[in-house]
Design a protein around this ligand. Structure first.
Ligand code: NAD
Length: 428
């Protein structure tokens, strides 16, 4: 039995569904609603390409260690594929396939000319030195250079990777072809063709759609309280930008645990503290809170911004937030979704809520291809417009068909991709 099978069975026994099955169930609901042709359905519910690589890395002690990584392309019907690279010890092929499929839907809702892809390496990046991480990244980039390229498949950061990782990939790819190819990755440092506003873009998108939801529900921003799970790129930027807009962020967490203060947390101080200590744990003027309890706080807005399977049938009935803005990919299981819907909790699904990152990645790719760069103001304005437009398109779809926001988002996304597939006569 392969390792991924063992992990899947362990997850199911533990009550956590397999991520790719979750992604397929979400797709199936939309396919049924759209009465999609069975052939089209079969193609879209599977991934198109999977590359598994086992590659050696020189460690600092002189030894060689073998790592496993994946690059998955779900669908190429609307353009080159796009999606992040994750470094995490729990990465599985099923997870990478699910994340690739979610990227296809995300780019379709926002009408970005991409299909979905994702990559991952089974590694805990915090256990490697910088030198080892660079060796690993360059070797992984070489392995997946079969698939990636500015017109083929364009990676970006995800959990455990950042702008520095993207710089190493861009440099490795450029060395192979003999000239600089900035457009091969997005989320790069500005100095090598990165875009203004990219680092905070996912958090900015989370903030924008949350404000739209508050407006729709008639809740004044300054009366809204917020809890954020995860304080990495997405969580910390979401917390900061939501606080800047006048909401009160009362709790945040990372993998070491959480902190809580009903009077509100000072996010600027918290960011400094987190940078100095590498965690938010121990931040003064706040009470400790577990990750599980944070999810069940009586807040206006809950932003899961860590990993998958956080809101399940076990805890969904105890969630008290009025709005859930899914900063993370796949934080809610389908069973939990049903419970949240019954309890009238307004869920802004991941494929809508966290698409600010891929949207500004698209801006970065366009700027790189044109060698012409935009100001931060232009980026943020365009992001604001496209996020609000997509939120309202999904919201109108939800109201028109009397379905929840997740199914509405899937109806828009799957309909868009199916149209492209049919237009290309991919199914004779
Ligand atoms: P990151 O590595 O920067 O941060 C992850 C954070 O989650 C860290 O604070 C970590 O301590 C915390 N965490 C991990 N396990 C946890 C747990 N069990 N409980 C609480 N906190 C935990 O990653 P990121 O880029 O911020 O990504 C977070 C999520 O957002 C992922 O699901 C990712 O796929 C999604 N996402 C990221 C982007 C992006 O642009 N980076 C875009 C769209 C979606």
């Amino acid at each position: 039995m392969q390792r991924t099978d063992v992990e899947r069975i362990e997850q199911e026994v533990a009550g956590y569904p397999d991520q790719f099955q979750t992604a397929q169930r979400q797709f199936d609901a939309a396919a049924r609603f759209l009465n999609l042709d069975p052939g089209v359905r079969e193609i879209l519910r599977n991934v198109q390409r999977i590359l598994t690589v086992n590659f050696p890395v020189h460690m600092d002690d002189g030894s060689i260690q073998i790592f496993t990584g994946y690059r998955v392309q779900h669908n190429l019907h609307r353009g080159p594929t796009k999606g992040g690279i994750r470094y995490h010890p729990d990465v599985t092929l099923s997870e990478v396939k699910a994340l690739a499929m979610w990227m296809t839907w995300k780019t379709a809702i926002f009408n970005l000319p991409f299909g979905g892809a994702k990559g991952g390496v089974v590694v805990d990046p915090r256990k490697l030195s910088k030198n080892e991480l660079e060796n690993l990244t360059r070797r992984f980039a070489t392995e997946i250079s079969l698939l990636i390229g500015p017109n083929k498949d364009i990676p970006a950061p995800d959990v455990g990777t950042n702008a520095e990782t993207m710089a190493w990939i861009m440099d490795t790819y450029s060395m192979h072809v003999g000239y600089s190819v900035p457009a091969v990755v997005t989320g790069k440092p500005i100095a090598i063709g990165g875009s203004e506003g990219r680092t905070e873009a996912t958090g900015r998108g989370v903030m924008i759609v949350t404000l739209e939801a508050l407006k729709h529900l008639g809740i004044p921003t300054d009366k809204a309280t917020v809890a954020v799970q995860g304080f990495g790129n997405v969580g910390s930027n979401s917390a900061r930008l939501l606080a800047d807009q006048g909401t009160k962020v009362v709790a945040v967490s990372d993998e070491n645990g959480g902190i809580h203060n009903d009077a509100g947390l000072n996010i600027a101080d918290l960011l400094r503290y987190s940078q100095e200590h590498g965690t938010i744990k121990g931040f003064p003027n706040a009470e400790p809170i577990s990750n599980a309890d944070l999810l069940e706080l009586p807040v206006t807005v809950l932003v899961p911004a860590a990993l998958e399977n956080q809101i399940t049938q076990r805890n969904a009935g105890r969630i008290k937030a009025r709005i859930i803005t899914e900063g993370a990919n796949g934080p809610t299981t389908p069973e939990a979704d049903t419970i949240l819907h019954q309890n009238d909790i307004f869920v802004i699904p991941d494929i809508l809520a966290n698409a600010g990152g891929v949207t500004v990645s698209y801006f970065e790719w366009v700027q790189d291809l044109q060698h012409f760069f935009w100001s931060e103001g232009e980026i943020n304005n365009r992001l604001d417009q496209i996020m609000r437009k997509s939120f309202n398109q999904v919201h109108e779809t939800a109201q028109r068909h009397d379905v929840d926001m997740r199914l509405a988002a899937y109806i828009v996304a799957v309909g868009t991709v199916a149209q492209a597939s049919v237009a290309r006569s991919i199914y004779p």
